[in-house]
Each structure stands twice: as structure tokens, then as C-alpha cells.
Design a protein around this ligand. Structure first.
Ligand code: ADP
Length: 177
């Protein structure tokens, strides 16, 4: 049994529950096939997956939050155990309020690692929330929402990198800009 002092925790971990729940956090502006791969794998490992979409008031994304949520709902419906919610503030507070002990994150490359490690350690320190890293499917290791937006802005083909409902909305959204 690790005590609070030796583990460095300032708050005790959340209690054990019979339902194994996990959070997949991110901006999802918009959701890509790389995100879906991680969400799908989490949905096979856990009873329930909550996709938490960060509301960042200081950064206007391409898609409004409501539309990001809608796209995520549409493309994750098939899994049956995935729900979508928006959040602002600290992710650990979101986890604590829902009694969710862990989050799953995708690691694409070594460049993701430094920052992700810091965040994981901070989140553990703040609230005892664990971070589980899933190695990206090599098919998607170069893929990010920002790169998809950049390529699509200049007319590049991003089919196969985002799900079809996102492809349609991306075309519409960029045409409006
Ligand atoms: P992005 O970097 O694409 O803007 P987010 O900030 O929405 O993505 O990231 C949410 C989570 O999804 C993070 O854990 C991130 O590492 C993961 N992720 C993003 N793109 C991929 C990908 N291509 N493969 C695996 N995981 C990914």
C-alpha cells in the first residue's frame, strides 16, 4: 500500500468503482481518424469512455464547440459505450466530478512525450488521476487536426485522414471562410 507521502499525492485517488471508466481529452478541431483509433481502442479496454472536448476561450478554433461535439457523437455512435462532453478548466476537476480515475492519450512521436509526461505527472500530483498512453497506429502517426486543416485549406486531399462526415463539414466550413 503506497501512502500519501511516499506517492507525493495531495489528494487521495478516486474510489474503486465496478464500472471502469476513462476520459479521452482533446480539442478535436476536428476529430481525425487518429483520434478515432485511440477512442475505439479505449472503448475495447474500458466499460465506458467519456470524450472530453476542451473549451479554450482564448483560442477560436475552426469549428465551434457544438459542431465538434456533434461530429464526435456521429462518428463514435457505433461503439455504444462512448459519450461526448465539453469541459473547461482543469481536466482533473472534470475527472473528479465524475469519479473517473484515468485518462487515455495517444502518443504519436517522441516530440509528444516531453509535454505529455509533464502533464501526466502534474495531473497525478493534483488529483491522483492516472494517464495511460496508447502508441499511435503507425498509419496515423503524422496526423494532427492542425495539419489536416492546413492541408485542406490549400486544397489538399484529406480523405482517409478524417471520417466522411468531417470531410463534408470541413469542405463547407473552409468554403465559408
Ligand atoms: P491534435 O494534436 O490533433 O490537435 P488534440 O489536441 O485534439 O489533437 O489531441 C487529443 C488527443 O488525441 C491527444 O492525446 C493526442 O495525443 C491524441 N491524438 C491526436 N492525434 C492523434 C493521432 N494521429 N494518433 C493518435 N493519437 C492522436
Amino acid at each position: 500500500m503506497v501512502n500519501e507521502v511516499s506517492s507525493g499525492l495531495t489528494h487521495p485517488p478516486t474510489r474503486e468503482t465496478s464500472v471502469r471508466r476513462v476520459v479521452c481529452p482533446g480539442s478535436f478541431d476536428p476529430v481525425t481518424n487518429g483520434h478515432i483509433d485511440i477512442i475505439e481502442r479505449a472503448s475495447r479496454l474500458f466499460d465506458a469512455v467519456v470524450v472530453a472536448v476542451l473549451i479554450n476561450k482564448s483560442k477560436r478554433g475552426l469549428f465551434p464547440i457544438e459542431e465538434r461535439l456533434e461530429m464526435l457523437r456521429e462518428v463514435t455512435e457505433v461503439y455504444g459505450n462512448v459519450t461526448i462532453e465539453a469541459f473547461h478548466g482543469l481536466l482533473v476537476d472534470f475527472c473528479r466530478e465524475r469519479d473517473i480515475p484515468a485518462m487515455v492519450k495517444g502518443l504519436r512521436a517522441v516530440s509528444d512525450f516531453d509535454y505529455e509526461l509533464q502533464m501526466a505527472q502534474m495531473n497525478h500530483r493534483l488529483a491522483g488521476v492516472e494517464t495511460l498512453f496508447v502508441a499511435t497506429n503507425p498509419l496515423y502517426s503524422f496526423l494532427s487536426s492542425s495539419l489536416v486543416k492546413e492541408v485542406a485549406t490549400y486544397g489538399g486531399d484529406v480523405s482517409g485522414l478524417v471520417p466522411p462526415p468531417v470531410l463534408d463539414r470541413l469542405a463547407k466550413r473552409l468554403a465559408e471562410q
